[in-house]
Write a new protein. Structure first.
Length: 244
């Protein structure tokens, strides 16, 4: 794992944007795996600025999102579908046919998961996967537990995740309890991974991800077995990595 510690969130976002834009300049038709949530917002804003200034072109890029709440409709402003339209697909000019996200309201969830996994494989898998991390060490919505699932699946969210996500919803009753997420195998097959974390609340999970053993109790720790991972952190998220 390559660990990069930046001063603050703004610098983290700029460095992440430089890495992603250089990647796209080398591979203009790359397949990107994308996270939602608060952490990559700065990265997406920086990339949108680069696109506006003509510094990088995402016109040939294909994207697959890690996850979507379940059940949720695409018209719900809290859906990751709406988030992506607002923060990534729209500003970066990704054509609808190239932008993929699990359907949060499928008639048959198991079939929808199989279909999503197949689409990823047909696209050749992810060249670069952008990840955030939960305070409990989840990636995508692969939550800690006795076992992890390899492929895209319907997952129950842990109480910590439901509580962390509740900041985006008006009423506790509206916070989704489940999500459709890529599995650990789907993520590990990405050829390169960029994991981002910002703030003190992520410090423990980052410490366990990087310094602990590989364990299903911290799903992100499995990334230690991946050959090309960059972990970009701000100083607060790196607090548990200090020696001594
Ligand atoms: C979102 C996702 C999640 C988030 C994680 C951190 O697509 O897959 O794993 O990356 O919950 O969320 P934030 O960045 O909001 O702290």
């Amino acid at each position: 794992m390559k660990i990069v510690v930046l001063q603050d969130y703004s610098s983290l976002s700029k460095h992440a944007a430089a890495l992603v834009s250089e990647f796209i300049q080398r591979r203009p038709a790359a397949v990107l795996g994308l996270a939602t949530g608060s952490t990559p917002l700065g990265l997406y804003r920086e990339l949108a600025g680069m696109v506006r200034r003509g510094r990088v072109d995402f016109g040939r890029v294909t994207t697959f999102n890690l996850d979507e709440y379940y059940p949720i409709s695409r018209t719900n402003p809290q859906s990751y579908y709406c988030y992506m339209r607002r923060h990534f697909w729209g500003p970066l000019g990704i054509a609808p046919g190239r932008a993929h996200i699990p359907d949060g309201n499928p008639a048959d969830a198991a079939a929808a998961c199989r279909d999503y996994e197949l689409k990823i494989r047909r696209a050749g898998g992810m060249d670069l996967q952008v990840l955030g991390i939960g305070i409990n060490g989840h990636i995508g919505f692969n939550e800690p537990g006795p076992r992890l699932t390899a492929e895209t699946h319907l997952a129950s969210l842990s109480p910590e995740t439901i509580s962390a996500n509740s900041r985006h919803f008006e009423k506790a009753a509206d916070v989704p309890r489940s999500a459709i997420t890529m599995g650990l195998g789907t993520i590990m097959r990405a050829r390169e991974v960029l994991l981002l974390a910002s703030g003190k609340s992520k410090a423990r999970a980052i410490g366990e991800t990087i310094r602990g053993g590989l364990t299903t109790a911290v799903p992100a720790s499995l990334l230690q077995a991946h050959p090309r991972v960059t972990v970009m952190l701000d100083r607060e998220a790196a607090l548990c990595l200090r020696r001594g």
